[in-house]
Design a protein. Sequence first.
Length: 242
Amino acid sequence: MYTQARALPLALAALLAVSSAWAADDGGAVKAQPFVVGKTVTKAVQAGITPDKAIEILKAGNVRFASNKSVSYDYKKQVGQTALGQYPLATVVSCIDSRSAPEQVLNQGIGNIFTARVAGNTVNTDILGSLEFAAKVAGSRAIVVLGHTNCGAIKGACDGVKMGNLTSLLENFMPAVNATKTDGERNSKNHEFVEDVAEMNVKLTVEKIREMSPVLKEMEDQGKIKIVGAMYDISNGKVTWY
């Protein structure tokens, strides 16, 4: 009988096989090609992107977005180009906030970036597993924890909101609330406090990724990826990088 217990080892073996195959191709048989803004990221393009270059590309994308000079992508064409494979240059952990979609604020096309979205841009084992897949298996060169200003989840944590499953989600942000020493009221009425907690949450999440994922920590130590934090300002479209 094909049981769930047997399925798990087989799934892990398959994942490792894919990982090994990708690693063998990386920087070897694939001849690197330059990244071109507005074009699809192919395996050859990904092979030529370093962690620093990946972050540079995202920074440039946000500059275009914030200055209303975003490049246009041929999405229909990219759908066809990425149908049989994907080679994203980076992975973004962001909030579900409707105003902060990473593909838009970083001006990236289909197949350029992985995105993991959850209220308050936090991580758990599911998201960490996704990040490990993105980096170890699919070759993503950078992980960006992207917070944003005026975050409703952070406000809820500052106010100690209790509501269904949201209660346990907001508990993830209490370390940031407790570590923030901003003067004044310690609730959502204090705008400076909310923004300082949001920034602290980004920085603690970056450290949490390193602490909870030996896979990603090792890759970063080896220079294969970079893990950074950033904050998107919903009032002007600009990202501040930490």
